[in-house]
Ligand binder design. Structure first.
Ligand code: SF4
Length: 370
């Protein structure tokens, strides 16, 4: 039985960042609602464990702001996961932490309870950029959070960084990347700012000095080069790490493996079916599942594999589907190779940095020509 990843969504934040369209909000009744949600999440974990007999090798507390729950509730939830599922000894157990909400956390107790990876939302080491993004912490807060976690024994820490923030310059981006390296973290996720509908940035987009596509590309290419110099190897479009510190939970998604997602807005892929919970507390509490459809076909596998720097590995594809990649796709990839968008070898097709910047178009082209 292949192990699954378990994703637990914590839909609370202490405010809304200007660019964010994740499902999260302030708890209406403070600690009371947070405790109520914790109880529902634990009941959901227990109920699902009765219908899914699969080991779990990664657990990911995402949000929202899981750190708002405080260590006691987080540990209670993790204990419920361990009681309900077989959790592998070497499981990767991640919790997202916001530097503005660490007063509630005792990292020593969390480490003892089995948490072994933190993903910390830094976004920028420049306080003017943090303010513009609507973040509620400073760069110093983030540094203190990392130091405190390291002192407690966490040695697998990721920082999130945002690219092409209005007001960002190459120099200020360099400062952010150097800040990450100076914190001695093992992993960095770097995403280009996207202005999504429903966000504060979307409402004020005409007043923002947003960067154009070619300028965003320059920030991205600069980041890839700079992080390589700083010792972080790219392994996915937006993810970089020291060797052996890739996010195992996210690799489940990109390898098109199965996972269970619990909480409003969480998605799952179990026993070949994809489904999700709506962005609604009550419907999650009533276990109303949406849109059950088939998943895991070869197009989906190819699309996800091409996000990784290792790309689409022919042998893995053959093992998974029992037949080889089509010659037609390899010929199409060779045409893209001439434009510098991908590499084609005897064993794989993988996108170049230039290809990653237009990955949707490249992948669509390859899928149309299989
Ligand atoms: S802390 Fe994270 S989830 Fe919450 S509003 Fe900001 S970006 Fe969104």
């Amino acid at each position: 039985m292949n192990p699954i990843g378990l994703y637990l969504h914590i839909p609370f934040c202490d405010g809304k960042c200007s660019y964010c369209n994740f499902f999260s909000r302030r708890p209406h009744t403070g600690a009371f609602e947070i405790t109520e949600y914790t109880e529902h999440l634990i009941s959901s974990i227990e109920a699902w464990s009765r219908s899914i007999d699969r080991p779990v090798d990664t657990v990911y507390f995402g949000g929202g702001t899981p750190s708002l729950l405080g260590h006691e509730r987080l540990i209670r939830i993790l204990d419920a996961v361990r009681r309900s599922f077989y959790v592998a000894d070497q499981a990767e157990i991640t919790v997202e932490v916001n530097p503005s909400s660490t007063d509630e956390l005792d990292f020593v107790l969390m480490k003892q309870a089995g948490f072994n990876r933190l993903s910390i939302g830094l976004q920028s080491a420049n306080d003017n950029e943090l303010k513009l993004l609507g973040r509620r912490h400073s760069a110093d807060d983030a540094r203190r959070t990392v130091a405190c976690a390291q002192k407690a024994g966490f040695n697998n820490i990721s920082l999130d960084v945002m690219l092409a923030i209005p007001e960002q310059t190459m120099a200020s981006l360099d400062k952010t990347l150097a800040f990450c390296a100076s914190c001695h973290v093992q992993h960095i996720s770097a995403y280009i700012l996207k202005v999504e509908e429903g966000t504060r940035f979307y409402q004020m987009k005409d007043q923002l000095s947003l960067y154009h596509d070619d300028e965003q590309a320059a920030f991205y290419e600069h980041t890839v080069g700079k992080l390589a110099e700083l010792g972080y190897q790219q392994y996915e479009i937006s993810n970089f790490s020291h060797k052996g510190c890739e996010s195992r939970h996210n690799l489940h998604y990109w390898h098109d493996d199965e996972y269970l997602g619990l909480g409003p807005s969480a998605h799952s892929f179990i026993d070949g079916k994809r489904f999700y919970y709506d962005s609604d507390f009550q419907r999650f509490y009533e276990n109303q599942i949406c849109d059950e459809s088939d998943g895991g076909d070869s197009d989906e596998y190819i699309m996800l594999a091409l996000r990784l720097t290792e790309g689409l590995v022919f042998e893995k594809y053959r093992e998974r589907f029992g037949y080889p990649i089509s010659e037609k796709m390899i010929s199409s990839a060779k045409r893209l190779e001439q434009q510098g968008l991908c590499h084609v070898s005897d064993r794989s097709i993988s996108l170049t940095v230039k290809g990653f910047l237009v990955s949707n178009g490249v992948i669509a082209y390859l899928l149309e020509n299989t």
